[in-house]
Design a protein around this ligand. Structure first.
Ligand code: HEM
Length: 213
């Protein structure tokens, strides 16, 4: 995280303050190679598998936090990804395979359990990093992967948010961030946790890159 003007809105400080973290995630290499179709289809199935574990935990946190006065406003049923991921994995791997998380995925899920189930700052930090990313870069990545691996409809539902307009949703989400009633200390914890969420995502992408190099 880099320093940002404290007078700016939270959504702006967040985006400015984590730009380098985002660029490191974007530049980690694995996603670019997938989008270019340079890796086997199993590598994409492996990414979907890691996502399955991460979203299973994040969406369990969403169910718990739905009634929280701060975190609850970020819980949107239409964002839920686990059914789409389950469906994608069935297309990619066939029914009922044994799914195994990478060590970095296990660490990511442990962090979610530590901070996203009872701290609004922790939940919103992890929610933002995944879903706003999916509704931003994910909207370029999904069609590129579908094309590269000849997926026609099935196998890339993770990237398709039925009934959601990504640009309108991103605008609404930033407004919610700017209205979020974090305690002053919690706002700092939130910003630091977004950097941590990027680090955890980068670690998963690094392990995937090593496995499929
Ligand atoms: C190939 C990889 C990636 C590409 C091409 C990409 C691209 C983008 C683009 C174009 C935006 C919109 C920026 C804007 O509105 O000006 C964005 C935003 C975002 N991305 Fe990525 N991204 C990638 C990877 C990631 C990863 C791995 C994560 C984290 C898991 C992530 C999280 C985010 C978030 C949270 C935002 C919203 C930033 C904000 O407006 O507050 N991205 N990305």
């Amino acid at each position: 995280m880099t320093l940002a003007d404290p007078m700016e809105k939270l959504s702006v400080r967040l985006r400015t303050g984590t730009r380098m973290d985002h660029d490191a995630a974007q530049g980690s290499g694995f996603l670019d190679r997938l989008a270019a179709g340079e890796l086997p289809r199993q590598a994409y199935a492996d990414l979907a598998t890691q996502h399955w574990f991460i979203y299973e935990t994040l969406e369990q946190a969403a169910a718990v936090m739905a009634t929280d006065s701060v975190a609850g406003s970020f819980v949107f049923p239409e964002l839920t990804r686990l059914p789409a991921l389950t469906d994608d994995l069935e297309t990619l791997l066939g029914p009922g395979p044994q799914l195994t998380p990478l060590p970095a995925t296990t660490e990511y899920c442990a962090r979610l359990r530590a901070v996203a189930f009872d701290h609004p700052w922790g939940f919103v930090a992890h929610h933002y990093t995944r879903y706003l990313g999916d509704l931003s870069g994910g909207q370029y990545l999904g069609p590129a992967i579908a094309k590269a691996y000849a997926l026609n409809g099935a196998g890339h539902r993770f990237f398709v948010f039925e009934g959601v307009s990504p640009p309108a949703f991103r605008t609404r989400y930033r407004e919610l961030l700017d209205q979020a009633a974090f305690a002053p200390d919690d706002e700092q914890k939130f910003l630091a946790e977004v950097t941590e969420a990027y680090r955890l995502n980068i670690a998963v992408l690094r392990e995937l890159k090593e496995r499929w190099a």
